[in-house]
Design a protein around this ligand. Structure first.
Ligand SMILES: Nc1ncnc2c1ncn2[C@@H]1O[C@H](COP(=O)(O)OP(=O)(O)OP(=O)(O)O)[C@@H](O)[C@H]1O
Ligand SMILES: [Mg+2]
Length: 496
């Protein structure tokens, strides 16, 4: 039997789990800890994980974090991201490259692979045998391009790679630990460091069926840290006529660490102190210290628009699942430890949410369980997953011709009929797009091809377009000239 490992690489924490002797075990990564920062320090001695974070003090601009936000993106797509990135990101023909201490550059895929390699090594050390396969839980809201990037990184480390949506993995873990009772419908809300994902699932006769998944890859509890940072910077500038951090990446890093610590204290206390001595100097060279208090109320006020976005995500998930009765609402992810999030969820749903058991580890436990299922090591509660984005083609008028709508049960396949627009048209150009917008060009172009047509076809001749998505997330597109029966088929592939 080839050994496998279940993996999650979150925006802040990475974990690995194996299935052995009939149970899931978390892999000890560093000094026995079962999670490590999803961080890489591109220093002379390259560090991944805890020590990347700890040793980054003097070189915060070599510390790569939040790699999920750069994967599968073009440089032009990350402009809003750049102000919050301390490490060095370069634009190479619109490809993202991250540079190390010597100026050598790496793609986000290579950085992701470095984190995977560390998790892989730790697992082999723990299991004392080779580990060749992996099940990776990825953000449910990731698009096809992002999934392929993860697959490519993983295939540089493992022989066989399976992906599973994170919310699906978490639900699988909850179902198998009896947190979702028979004939109940529940909602899970996962607010991580960088993303928020909501899912609704029903348990019908011990078969889990996902009703809807909604998510935002740019809505996380670290965003609250940046809001606090901006607030403190404004106060500091007013007080000292001197900027808090802008001229020093190190100072910014230290202040962010202090904010993170203080934010966590708000889980149990109404207020928390932030003290960063020697954060800057005045124009006479005298040291300036940051001393501030943050309160729950202040953080709530600063987070107003972020809270509205979470509320909207909850409501759209409810809507997409046809407003089901919810027996239970579960909170997952570190961000839901903030009391203001618990309060927001309670007010929005008029229902008190509960903490899921093992809420930080559910996704990795689910990934390991899914692996056990795939490799036939265990019988688990089965789960039906759904697509998170719609797929379709650009029509003649520029609108999106949806073929496979989001929230379709996977494996999913659907056919839609389109018509030719001119007499004697020699071919149709099929542009495959992913997204929800009516205007096709606002959705992501993920592939294109031409289908040659029979000679002398009159206009309004039927062309059938079929789009399918399999368990591995692989998208297949087929276009058929219904008159001649001639068809062309592609699987979506990118030059990554
Ligand atoms: N006690 C706490 N109180 C408030 N926030 C907390 C607490 N503990 C952790 N957090 C926040 O939770 C976030 C990390 O959560 P988690 O480990 O679920 O993220 P992740 O899974 O790595 O990220 P993502 O799900 O976005 O990929 C951080 O923003 C951290 O500040
Ligand atoms: Mg997470």
């Amino acid at each position: 039997m080839q050994a496998f490992v279940g993996i999650t690489i979150g925006n802040s924490q990475a974990r690995a789990a194996i299935y052995e002797d009939g149970e899931v075990k978390l892999v000890p990564l560093e000094e026995g800890e079962t999670s490590m920062p999803s961080a890489v320090l591109l220093h002379r001695l390259r560090e991944v994980g805890k020590y990347a974070y700890l040793y980054s003090g003097t070189d915060p601009n070599l510390l790569v974090m939040n790699i999920n936000r750069l994967l599968g993106r073009k440089y032009s797509e990350i402009q809003t991201e750049l102000p919050n990135i301390a490490f060095k990101v370069e634009n190479h023909n619109n490809r993202i490259r991250i540079s190390d201490w010597l100026g050598m550059t790496y793609s986000p895929i290579e950085i992701y692979a470095m984190i995977l390699r560390k998790l892989h090594q730790a697992t082999e050390r723990y299991l004392k045998r080779p580990v060749t396969n992996a099940v990776i839980a990825v953000q449910g809201s990731f698009d096809d391009f992002q999934r392929r990037s993860i697959r490519k990184a993983a295939e540089s480390v493992f022989n066989q790679v399976k992906l599973i949506n994170e919310p699906t993995a978490a639900l699988l873990a909850m179902g198998n630990t009896h947190q979702i009772h028979r004939d109940q419908q529940v909602m899970t809300i996962d607010l991580g460091a960088g993303k928020c994902e909501i899912a609704i699932v029903s348990n019908l006769n011990n078969k889990l069926r996902i009703k809807a998944i909604t998510g935002d890859t740019h809505l996380g509890s670290n965003d609250i840290n940046y809001l606090i940072l901006n607030y403190l910077a404004r106060g500091f500038e007013t007080q000292y006529q001197q900027s808090l951090t802008s001229d020093s990446a190190m100072a910014r890093h230290e202040v962010l660490m202090a904010i993170e610590q203080a934010k966590k204290e708000l889980e149990y206390s109404d207020n928390a102190e932030i003290n960063v001595p020697f954060v800057n100097f005045d124009r006479f060279g005298n040291p300036l210290h940051l001393q501030a208090t943050i309160t729950r109320q202040l953080v709530k006020e600063l987070s107003t628009s972020l809270l509205t976005r979470i509320k909207n995500l909850i409501n759209s998930c409810l809507l997409e699942a046809n407003r089901p009765y919810l027996n239970q609402v579960f909170l997952l992810g570190g961000g839901t430890k903030l009391p203001l999030i618990v309060e927001l969820v309670g007010n929005t749903l008029k229902q008190h949410p509960v903490r899921a058991k093992n809420r930080d580890e559910l996704a990795v436990i689910g990934a390991a369980l899914y692996g056990a299922h795939i490799f036939r090591l265990a019988q688990i509660i089965d789960i039906e997953d759904v697509t998170v984005h719609s797929l379709g083609i650009t029509t003649y008028t520029g609108t999106m011709g949806f073929v496979l709508k989001r929230q379709a049960i996977i494996p999913a396949l659907n056919t839609k009929r389109f018509l030719t627009v001119q007499n004697n048209q020699s071919a149709v150009h099929i542009e495959v797009r992913e997204g929800e917008e009516r205007e096709a060009s606002s959705n992501k172009l993920i592939g294109q091809f031409d289908l040659p047509l029979t000679a002398n076809l009159p206009r309004n001749s039927p062309i059938d377009v079929t789009i399918g998505k399999d368990d591995d997330g692989i998208i297949l597109v087929r276009a058929q000239d219904c008159v001649s029966g001639r068809a062309r088929e592609i699987t979506i592939n990118y030059d990554l």
